[in-house]
Write a protein that binds this ligand. Structure first.
Ligand SMILES: [Zn+2]
Length: 476
C-alpha cells in the first residue's frame, strides 16, 4: 500500500512540471476553480501563507509602516495618468464595464497593483515636509490577466502585500527601497530557507513607471530562476503625474520621492520547488503549520493513545504539533505527512512507552532518532533548528553547483543547456544584447547583483566594453 501511494507523485527528473502539479494538488495546497488560471487555496496552503504573512507583517510594522486598505477598482482615467505604467499593465488588466445591467460611464480596472490609488490619496493628504515620510502598506488581492498560468507561480488573481511610501528626498527613497529588499531577503533566507541573489533589474526588466527596480532572485531545483520579490524606487514620476507636492523645509514646493515593493503568494511556489523531493513537499520548520506530527503505533493497545495525547499537549506549549489517531495504517500516515513536508514525525508505541522514549524521523534526511522522553522539547527544538539550517545549506550548494561563468557567447549557449542554472556573464548595458541573448537562448537578465565582479573585460554578446556583471537564467 505504501509503495502505491508514493508512486502517485511523478518523479522530479522525469517531468518537473508534472511533479509540481502533483505536489500542489496531492499535498492539498490548492484546488483548481472553474475560472481558468484561478486557484482555490486550501487550508494547508493558506496556513503556509498566513505564517509567511505574519512574519513579514511584523517586520513591515517594525520598520515603521502602517497597514491601510485601498479599493479594488481603479477608474480608467486614473490608470492612464502615468504613461509608462499604463503601457506596462494594459495588456493584462481585467475591465469592469457594467454595474448590474447598467453600462458604466467610465470603465473600471480591477487593480493589477495600486500605485495610482495611493497616488491619488497621497495628493490629498500630503502638504508639508511634516507629513513625510508616509509609510503605508496593504495586504490585498490583485488581478493580472495572464495567458499561461500555474498554481502559486502565475495566477489571474494572487495575494500579496504592496508597500507604497513617500519621502522628502531621493536619498530617503533610495534607502527605503534597499531596506525593504533586505527585509524580503531576510524572510527568504531565515524563514523559508531560500538563498537569494540581491541586485538591480535592467531597464528592460524594471517595473513599469519606476526609476529603477531591485530584486531578489532564487534558483529552483530544475535550474530555472524565480523572481522572489521586488522593490522599486519610483522617483518623482508618479508624484508629477498625480501632483503629490509638499512644502519643503525652505518653504518651496517639491514633488515627493516614492517607492513601492511587493511580496506575493508566488513565494510558496518557490518554497515547493527549492526544497521538495520525489516524496513531495519539504517545509522549513519555521514556516511549517505543523512542525511535529505524532503517529501513535499500535494505538489499539492500552495506554498508547493516552500517552501520545499527553505528549501532544506537553509539546504544544512550545511547538506546532499535530496527532493522527485515525484508523488509517501507520504506513499510510507516514507517506501522507512526508508528502505534506512536515519537518518531523514522532512515533510512539507500547515498547517506546515502556522504555520512556519516542522515535523522531526527519523529513529532510529520513534519519531516525530514538529520543528519551525526558528533555524531549529541547531535543526537538535542536533538531528543527538543524533541519532549517540544513535546508538552507542544501539549497545554497545546489545553487552554487548550478551557477557558471561564461565569457563568450558560445560558452553561454552551451552552459545554458548543459548546466541549466544561473550564468554569470558581463554585459555592455545595451538592450540589443539583452534581446539577442533572450532570443537565442531563452535566458533573461535576472539582475545586476549588488556584489559586482569583473569576470571578463567585454560583453558576452557583442564583445564591446562591459559595464555590468549580470546573472542570466531561464526563469519562471
Ligand atoms: Zn553587448
Amino acid at each position: 500500500m505504501s509503495k502505491k501511494f508514493v508512486e502517485k507523485i511523478t518523479s522530479m527528473d522525469e517531468d518537473f512540471a508534472q511533479w509540481y502539479t502533483d505536489v500542489v494538488t496531492k499535498a492539498e495546497l490548492v484546488d483548481y476553480s472553474s475560472v481558468r488560471g484561478s486557484m482555490i487555496i486550501r487550508p494547508y496552503g493558506y496556513a503556509l501563507w498566513e505564517n509567511i504573512k505574519n512574519e513579514l507583517d511584523q517586520k513591515i510594522k517594525k520598520t515603521g509602516h502602517e497597514n491601510v486598505y485601498m479599493p479594488l477598482f481603479i477608474p480608467e482615467s486614473l490608470l492612464q495618468k502615468e504613461k509608462d505604467h499604463i503601457e506596462g499593465f494594459a495588456p493584462e488588466v481585467a475591465w469592469v464595464t457594467h454595474g448590474g445591467d447598467e453600462k458604466l460611464q467610465e470603465r473600471l480596472v480591477v487593480r493589477p497593483t495600486s500605485e495610482v490609488l495611493f497616488g491619488e490619496h497621497y495628493k490629498n493628504i500630503i502638504h508639508s515636509y511634516r507629513d513625510l515620510p508616509k509609510l503605508y502598506n496593504q495586504w490585498a488581492n490583485v488581478v493580472r490577466w495572464e495567458k499561461t498560468t500555474r498554481p502559486f507561480l502565475r495566477t489571474l488573481e494572487f495575494l500579496w502585500q504592496e508597500g507604497h511610501t513617500c519621502h522628502e528626498t531621493d536619498e530617503d527613497a533610495q534607502d527605503e527601497t534597499v531596506k525593504m529588499l533586505n527585509v524580503y531577503a531576510e524572510i527568504c533566507e531565515n524563514y523559508l530557507a531560500i538563498p537569494v541573489i540581491k541586485g538591480q533589474k535592467t531597464e528592460k526588466e524594471k517595473f513599469a513607471g519606476a526609476k529603477h527596480t531591485y530584486t531578489i532572485e532564487s534558483l529552483m531545483h530544475d535550474g530555472k530562476a524565480l523572481q522572489s520579490a521586488t522593490s522599486h524606487h519610483l522617483g518623482d514620476g508618479f508624484a508629477k503625474a498625480f501632483g503629490i507636492q509638499f512644502l519643503d523645509r525652505e518653504g518651496k514646493q517639491q514633488y515627493v520621492q516614492q517607492t513601492s515593493w511587493g511580496f506575493t503568494t508566488r513565494i510558496i511556489g518557490a518554497m515547493i520547488m527549492v526544497h521538495g523531493d520525489d516524496r513531495g513537499l519539504v517545509v522549513p520548520p519555521k514556516i511549517a503549520p505543523t512542525q511535529v506530527m505524532i503517529v501513535p503505533i499500535a494505538q489499539h493497545k492500552e495506554g498508547v493513545l493516552d500517552f501520545t495525547y499527553a505528549l501532544k499537549e506537553r509539546l504544544s506549549q512550545s511547538l506546532r504539533v499535530g496527532i493522527d489517531a485515525s484508523d488509517k495504517k501507520p504506513g499510510w500516515k507516514f507517506n501522507e505527512y512526508e508528502m505534506k513536508g512536515i519537518p518531523l514525525r514522532l512515533e510512539a508505541g507500547p515498547r517506546d512507552i515502556e522504555q520512556q522514549q519516542v522515535v523522531l524521523v526527519r523529513r529532510d534526511t529520513g534519519e531516525k532518532l530514538v529520543t528519551p522522553i525526558e528533555g524531549l522539547e529541547v531535543k526537538i527544538h535542536e533538531v528543527l533548528a538543524d533541519i532549517q539550517q540544513n535546508l538552507l545549506e542544501k539549497a545554497r550548494t545546489h545553487r552554487e553547483t548550478k551557477t557558471s561563468t561564461a565569457t563568450t557567447f558560445e560558452d553561454f549557449k552551451v552552459q545554458i543547456v548543459e548546466k541549466a542554472g544561473f550564468i554569470k556573464a558581463m554585459w555592455c548595458g545595451n538592450q540589443a544584447c539583452e534581446d539577442k541573448i533572450k532570443e537565442e537562448t531563452s535566458a533573461t537578465s535576472r539582475c545586476m547583483p549588488f556584489e559586482q565582479e569583473q569576470v571578463a573585460q567585454t560583453c558576452v554578446c557583442c564583445g564591446k566594453e562591459a559595464e555590468h556583471l549580470v546573472y542570466w537564467a531561464k526563469a519562471y
